[in-house]
Design a protein around this ligand. Structure first.
Ligand code: 5SP
Ligand code: FE2
Length: 204
């Protein structure tokens, strides 16, 4: 069974105090720290960059555990990317933007060296604090049906009011930026996100 992983997005943290923000979230019960990386601004790593292959070695050296690239920019070299990511000891993941059909990630899941996580974007990539797109749950349901034990991550607009939709659709890895960092009691939000995933997976 795919277990719950709650990943506060550091894009919503206080950048001047990154280390203490990271410790704060881990103490509050976070499983992963979600790092969003975009071209031009260095900010489980979600790379919204045109040439992810360039980043594999530095991220491996920096100690990243997960390296998730976008399928839209990796049509020609995903096999090489996945092999490189694994050779650096990281977990390979693939992300898809709201406009990208879910079928585009199937070859990456069915290869002899498959990706180990699919990140379904529930907002357009770019920044935190956007509105969750419930229509993306069809992709999550389709993936969960086809791959019962896959790590399926959702990213964008997740919080107490939207977690139910994501959890019942079958997502088990939850990225949450503003809803966690903006909460008076982030540990309560993290627990609620985890409980929703656990309850939904027990009910299914
Ligand atoms: O990848 C992204 C944005 O491109 C995300 O990881 C956001 O940082 C999530 O923030 P919230 O929508 O949860 O505030
Ligand atoms: Fe992200």
């Amino acid at each position: 069974m795919a277990t719950a992983k709650i990943a506060p997005s550091m894009l919503s943290s206080d950048f001047a105090n990154l280390a203490s923000e990271a410790h704060r979230m881990l103490n509050f019960g976070a499983d992963w720290l979600h790092m969003d990386i975009m071209d031009g601004a260095y900010l489980d790593c979600h790379l919204m960059v045109t040439n992810p292959l360039d980043y594999v070695e530095p991220f491996g050296k920096a100690g990243a555990s997960g390296f998730t690239f976008h399928v839209e920019v990796s049509k020609d070299n995903w096999k090489e990317l996945v092999r490189n990511i694994k050779s650096k000891g990281m977990r390979p993941g693939v992300a898809l933007k709201p406009g990208t059909p879910v079928e585009e990630v199937y070859p990456l899941l069915e290869d002899e060296i498959p990706v180990e996580l699919v990140l379904v974007m529930t907002v357009e990539p770019g920044f935190g604090g956007q509105k969750f797109m419930p229509e993306m749950m069809d992709k999550v349901r389709t993936l969960r049906k086809k791959y019962p034990s896959l790590d399926i991550e959702v990213d964008g607009g997740l919080g107490p009011s939207t977690i139910g939709m994501a959890a019942t659709a079958g997502a088990n890895c939850i990225v949450a930026g503003s809803s966690v960092f903006g909460a008076a009691e982030p540990d309560q939000v993290i627990s609620l996100l985890r409980k929703s995933v656990d309850d939904a997976s027990q009910a299914s």
